[in-house]
Design a protein around this ligand. Structure first.
Ligand SMILES: [Zn+2]
Length: 349
């Protein structure tokens, strides 16, 4: 039996055993190299182009250009991350093979974006440092947040799968690049945490990226591609307009209020005002003396007045922090449950 060793791992796997468990058909063997029918690009027509090198523990398909380690192969075949893949391989867990359609599925616009972005998220993991960041902000349910893979091969493989299945031509955040050898491949942004932006039906419309440098927030979208807009968290009660998408998640968690998270002070124009019920809205911009920010807030307020919606401006002591999310967290850390009325005009004991 032929064994391959995984880098930095003490466990060896048999190429044939792994291929068998993944239901990949062997067609040939030349020295150290095994040739299989590629399960990723073969449909009606089979492509015997998947090579696995037993010494290096790597695979490559010379038809669809997927490549990676044996663990990557397992991960891609089963639709799990590599950590899970490794565990399943070691523990002889039977492979739960994900069907991959070779023909692009035609879907339109918002539905298509939602489908692709959801599938994209499923293939990503959340880096511990990003998870810690979310927990520090007060977000307990971190399941909707993911990290962009810094490993280029992982990114290319994921993009390649999505492109083959749906076609990424009109999908913001992805673009086709040309390798040094002149071969086209798909890629996306290479680092940061994805903050989902959803519409009122809770369909994924796009992402903001929390970067680890300035600017802190960018769109998951290249120049000339459309930008996702306002994050909508629907529900009963007076709606809030909150400056910041991530802040809308934090504030919703603490105050249980329906809200719109706008990506910047000036982007209030993107709010779907027609969704607002009850004729009243609470505006929670950062407590800043910045004249541009104040001007933007004032123009939002006069717009609300002009369309017959009563604006109420939320406020708090600046020592509690700049944003409504900081203020909620501040109250929470005092051992008090934050409530919406704490940030609204009034007198209370
Ligand atoms: Zn292939």
């Amino acid at each position: 039996m032929i064994w391959i060793s995984l880098r930095r791992a003490k466990v060896s796997f048999s190429v044939l055993e792994i291929a068998d468990r993944l239901n990949i058909k062997l067609v040939n063997r030349t020295g150290n190299e095994f040739v299989f029918i590629c399960p990723f690009c073969s449909g009606q027509k089979e492509y015997p182009k998947l090579y696995i090198n037993q010494d290096k523990g790597v695979f490559v398909c010379h038809h669809c250009h997927l490549r990676g380690s044996i663990t990557d192969l397992w991960a891609l075949r089963c639709g799990v991350d590599t950590k899970t893949a490794y565990k399943q391989m070691v523990n002889s867990v039977s492979a739960d093979i994900q069907p991959i359609e070779s023909e692009p599925v035609p879907i339109k616009d918002t539905e298509k974006l939602n489908l692709i972005y959801n599938e994209f998220l499923k293939m990503l993991t959340l880096e511990p440092r990003h998870k810690e960041d979310l927990l520090r902000r007060g977000i307990i349910d971190t399941s909707g947040f993911k990290s962009l893979p810094e490993d280029a091969k992982t990114r290319w493989n994921i993009c390649s799968i999505l492109n083959r299945k749906y076609g990424l031509d009109d999908v913001p955040g992805f673009r086709e690049q040309i390798s040094r050898k002149g071969k086209p491949y798909w890629d996306c942004y290479r680092s940061g945490m994805l903050i989902p932006v959803k519409d009122v039906y809770q369909r994924l419309a796009g992402f903001q990226i929390r970067t680890e440098r300035e600017p802190k927030y960018i769109w998951f979208s290249y120049r000339s591609q459309s930008k996702s807009c306002v994050n909508v968290i629907p529900g009963k009660g007076i709606p809030w307009i909150i400056e910041g998408v991530l802040k809308s998640y934090v504030t919703n968690h603490f105050l249980q209020i329906p809200c719109f998270g706008i990506p910047g002070t000036d982007t209030w124009r993107l709010v779907p005002f027609e969704l607002i019920r009850g004729g009243k809205v609470i505006v929670a911009y950062d407590m800043e003396d910045n004249p541009y920010s104040l001007k933007a807030r004032d123009s939002l307020i006069s717009h609300l007045d002009s369309i017959g919606i009563e604006p109420v401006v939320a406020g708090w002591n600046k020592t509690m922090g700049k944003g409504i999310d900081d203020a909620c967290l501040y109250v929470f850390k005092q051992g008090i449950k934050p409530r919406p009325e704490m940030f609204l005009p009034g007198i209370a004991a």
